[in-house]
Every structure is written in structure tokens, then in C-alpha cells.
Write a protein that binds this ligand. Structure first.
Ligand code: UT7
Length: 323
């Protein structure tokens, strides 16, 4: 028998304000056509003034609890993947804990930029497997609109805000790759590439800063590293791409998503795509896609899912789970 981290609830939250590509045409030398054809993005949501990452995270978590038929008292730990916390400290996770009215357990943030949710799932799975927590709320939540340089057309049209949450529960299962739950993970980073995607500010440099990206350089790394980490994680679980029902990728660019599926020998019919409606929501993109994919009726119990993501660091990784 093996203790597996099984998904028992999902939820997501998107801020009300929807910004279509055409809105950028008024202030930037860009076009709906360029944004659509180079990235696949058609629109994104932006948080309202005063709306924070923990506000959105708490709403997604509340929906995941309702989906599971559980309350905050049933949760042992909260892990929030974010690079855009409300404050320098305390963690966004402890703010979510307070917003949910949860007075026990523990909460912390994970920061691995766009790969953050994959890192958070891997950590949560380890907490459950080692018996340190039984139910873990894993949230990806971001307000990237706060770190955009609105004069930089090469970045500000790509990102959006939102939050998604998965409630994981420890279950004693057979220990085979037919089990539900997280079956394997693969995490990587390579700090030699830290200058390809970064924010030019932070606490010890005394500013908030703006996101800077050499998009075409990140693109070059993405397809190769994503297909490789997904295949490594599948291999670790004794599975192959043929076993996969759904790739649920980080939603940065439709061309990266298509290239990765192709490299893995899978059709786009096996991919959950939300990039057109959400833009790149960094650590929130995978839980948003999982929650939306379930709502659309694409993802069903028993499906084999591989999630994969890459972002600033560079940091990248994959998680294989059976829904
Ligand atoms: O989530 C974290 C990981 N991030 C990613 O995975 C993002 C990876 N990168 C990408 O998605 C793509 O590289 C972008 C969508 C960012 C850019 O697409 P690209 O095909 O790599 O274009 P490019 O950066 O090579 O730029 C091509 C041209 C340039 O003009 P010149 O130098 O050829 O004259 C840019 O100045 O497109 C220009 N350009 C734009 N034109 C209109 C850049 N941004 C825009 C824009 N509107 N918004």
C-alpha cells in the first residue's frame, strides 16, 4: 500500500475585468492579430484596484472546499504558489488561512514563478506521503498585472490575473500506476538562465520592479525542456505518452503548447487549452486549466494527466497524476 495525494476538490476564480487584445491597440504599437497569432491569447482578466492575490486565492480555495463537500476545519495545510504575494511577508498562504477562518495546521508560499504550481504539487504530495499532513489545499494565484511595464509591448500583452485551487487528500492505495492521485514528479532549475525572465526589482533592491523577458530565448528552451520533463515524470511512474488522457500545460503560448504535444507524439485533442481566455497567469495557469477542464467535462475521474510548466529561473517541471 502507498499513501497517495488524491484530488478531491477543485475551484478557480477570475477577476471580473476582461481585457480584449484590441484594448492594447489604443496605447501600444500592437494588434489583436499579432497577439493572437504569436501567442494564441485573445483576452485576459485583470484584478480590480485593491484586489489582491490572497483575495483571489481564498475565493478559489472556498470553491474547491465546496466541490469536495469539506470545510476549512478539514484542511491541514495550505500551499500557495505565487510570485506576486500581497505583502513581502507574511505569506499569501497565511492570509488565505485567515480568510478561510482556519485556525489550525500550517501555511506557506512556494516561489518558482510559472513552474510554481508544479513545485507546490510536488511539495504537497511529499507532505502527504510522509504523513505530515492529510489534506493540503494547493493554490496557484497571481496578480501579474501589478508587475507589467505598460510601455513594453513584448510583455504586457501576454499576462493575466487569476487563481486556481486543488484540494489533495491522502489515501492508502495499492501502490501501482493505476492508483488515483499523484504518481510522480520531476523538478528542475538552471540559474544560468536567470536573465531570460526576471523582475528588475525586489525587497533587497528596494523596489517592486517590472517583468523583463527575452521571449524568443525562453521559447527556445520551452518545448524541449517541457517535453523532456513530462517524459521523465511519465517514465518515473512506469508510464508513457501513450497512456496520457490529458496534457494540462502551463498556458503561456499556444505555439509552445502545440510544439510540446507534438514532441510527445500526442494530438491537441489530448490537451486542455485556456490560454486564449486567460493569457499567461504564471503559477495560476495549471490549476485554472485543471478546474476549467473539469467544468467543461474534459477531465474525468480515472484520467491520466500530465502537467508541465517552465518559467523564470529557468525553473521547470512536470507532475503525473490520475484524476
Ligand atoms: O510563462 C513563462 C514562460 N514564458 C514563455 O513561455 C513565453 C515564451 N515566449 C513567447 O511566448 C514568444 O517568444 C512571444 C509571444 C513572447 C514573442 O513571440 P516571438 O514569435 O518569439 O516574437 P519575437 O520576440 O521574436 O518578436 C518578433 C517581432 C519583433 O519585431 P522585429 O524585431 O522582428 O522587428 C518584436 O519587436 O515582433 C515584435 N513584437 C511585437 N509586435 C507587435 C513584440 N511584441 C509585439 C507586440 N505587437 N505586442
Amino acid at each position: 500500500m502507498t499513501r497517495r495525494a488524491v484530488v478531491v476538490g477543485t475551484g478557480h476564480y477570475l477577476p471580473k475585468r476582461v481585457v480584449e487584445n484590441a484594448e492594447f491597440e489604443a496605447t501600444l504599437d500592437t494588434s489583436d492579430e499579432w497577439i493572437r497569432s504569436r501567442s494564441g491569447i485573445e483576452r485576459r482578466h485583470f484584478a480590480a484596484e485593491g484586489e489582491t492575490t490572497s483575495d483571489m486565492a481564498a475565493k478559489a480555495a472556498t470553491r474547491a472546499l465546496a466541490d469536495a463537500g469539506l470545510t476549512a476545519d478539514d484542511v491541514d495545510a495550505i500551499v500557495v504558489a505565487t510570485s506576486t504575494p500581497d505583502l513581502t511577508f507574511p505569506s499569501a498562504a497565511t492570509m488565505v488561512q485567515s480568510k478561510l477562518g482556519m485556525t489550525r495546521g500550517f501555511a506557506f508560499d512556494v516561489q518558482a514563478v510559472c513552474a510554481g504550481f508544479v513545485y507546490a504539487l510536488s511539495n504537497a504530495s511529499a507532505l502527504i506521503a510522509s504523513g505530515q499532513a492529510n489534506r493540503v489545499m494547493v493554490i496557484g494565484a497571481e496578480t501579474f498585472s501589478r508587475i507589467m511595464d505598460w510601455t513594453d509591448r513584448s510583455t504586457c500583452v501576454l499576462f493575466g490575473d487569476g487563481a486556481g485551487a486543488l484540494l489533495l487528500e491522502g489515501q492508502e492505495l495499492a501502490g501501482t500506476n493505476k492508483d488515483r492521485g499523484i504518481l510522480s514528479t520531476d523538478l528542475n532549475s538552471d540559474g544560468r538562465y536567470k536573465d531570460l525572465l526576471y523582475v528588475d526589482g525586489g525587497v533587497s533592491t528596494q523596489s517592486t520592479g517590472h517583468l523583463r523577458m527575452q521571449g524568443n530565448q525562453v521559447f527556445r528552451h520551452a518545448v524541449e525542456k517541457l517535453a523532456s520533463t513530462a517524459n521523465t515524470a511519465l517514465d518515473r511512474a512506469g508510464l508513457s505518452a501513450d497512456d496520457v488522457d490529458w496534457i494540462v500545460p502551463h498556458q503561456a503560448n499556444i505555439r509552445i503548447i502545440q510544439g510540446t504535444a507534438k514532441k510527445m507524439g500526442l494530438s491537441m485533442d489530448n490537451v486542455v487549452v485556456t490560454v486564449q481566455d486567460h493569457g499567461n497567469t504564471s503559477a495560476a495557469s495549471i490549476p485554472l486549466a485543471l478546474s476549467v477542464g473539469k467544468e467543461r467535462g474534459q477531465i474525468k475521474e480515472g484520467d491520466l494527466i500530465v502537467t508541465e510548466a517552465i518559467g523564470g529561473g529557468l525553473a521547470w517541471g512536470a507532475v503525473v497524476l490520475r484524476w
